[in-house]
Design a protein. Sequence first.
Lengths: 215, 285
Amino acid sequence: MEPPAPNPGHGAGRPMATRPALCTVRSPVALQVGDVKTDLAQPGVAVIDVALPPAQPLDLQEIVFKNSYTAFLTVRVQRRRPCDVGRASARKWVTCLWNHCLMPSPHTEAGSQDYFSLFRHQPSPVWLHFTLEELRLYPRGQQSLQTDFPSWLSHLAPQQQPENLHGGVPDPEKVSTEVQQLWVLTEMIRANQTAARIGRFDVDGCYDINLLSYT
Amino acid sequence: MAACEKRRSAPAPATGSGLVEPVRAGVGGREPESEAEFLLQAGVTSMVREALLKVLEARPEEPVSFLASYFEKLVLSGPQGGAAADRHRQQQRLVRALWYVRLAHHSHRTAFNNNVSMAYECLSARGRRKKPGVNGRIYSELLKKICQDGEAPEEVVSSLLKKIQCRDHEAVPFDVFRYGVLSCFVLLEFVAKADTLYDVLDDGSGVADKRVCQAVLGTLEDALGASDFSVPIRYLEAGSKLGPDCLALAMDKALLERKICSSMNREDFLKKATALFIAKVKPID
């Protein structure tokens, strides 16, 4: 694993990462919808798996990576709670980051080669297995994300889990899944705006000759 | 029987190909041509290839009837004259364009864009006397037909159409056409998902608590507003707001804050949710 890349512009006052954690980063796997033979365009979605050494819990704090023309990033983590050790089926996937926008305008260069760092200020529960998913380029396929290495895993500032949810509260996980999809759809339509214009010059018929009068 | 079908004049046979066979036995006096050449010259090869590509893209449940309707639509053409025939042909073009845009889901980006191009070309060919191009009227008709298919309420559809429709006489460029068509399909999906969300919020009872609905929609609105900025950190914030923890807090807080319990029905919820979506659709100007 290579040493961390420099982090320009990140604030002072936080402890520097000491050493990158050992992990295996697999090369990106493109996800392609449709028949590989007939679809000539580059796929817009790729997945990068990162596996931590088994049986070695890791308290992760930060991920640093260098972008290479990726527009949106999603990070998902598979974690196992301490009480579930021993049950292979108990692993849960948690979405830490959904469609995080790395490039404000996917067609232009802004953000295309930046270094990004995801950091949080409090340690989170122990993680056993971590997978990084990277996807969603709008609208064209581009090169894949180069992860230099993840030094620590970060989780966005964890909220206080409400201890006793009020009786009538629906399942937050399900609500979250649906709402996130609504968010994605809306962001998608915003991202797909067209610059083309009809070029209307109509002023509601105000200058229709028949409406002119001398009074 | 052979007299009713026009035979194409066969080219000189490919000598030495070894595949030369007369296509119809017993019809004398014609030069035989190789099967492969005949297919190529008739345009059958490219036509069948196109048809296969469409099947692969669309993956229909009934490939045979899909292919049948595909070929049926291909046959639509013909230099008949008259205004009635013109209108009829325009209706046929509309139906065909509608069929094209429905072939692939909008998330299959390449296939969807291809299909929209085909639909645009199909609508552009307007007959001998008219100039080619898509006018606002047929574009608006297509959008209406797309939206009719889904379960979106009338009000919601008309507020979207107000933003993306074009006037009858206006010439619609391809980008605008694609954006309009895409917006309609995404709206239909949005409505379906908002419906599912209501199902989650009502917990099976059929009616959802107004405070909870407002909390959830408010959080979504926050997230959409926050992601306006071009700074990456804002997207992080927006995404984290929609995580289960945040939503649970918001819903819990809403229930504790206001003790008066009232309900929001499905139509109101859909209206409010889709308003958030439509606000982000850029109006055509």
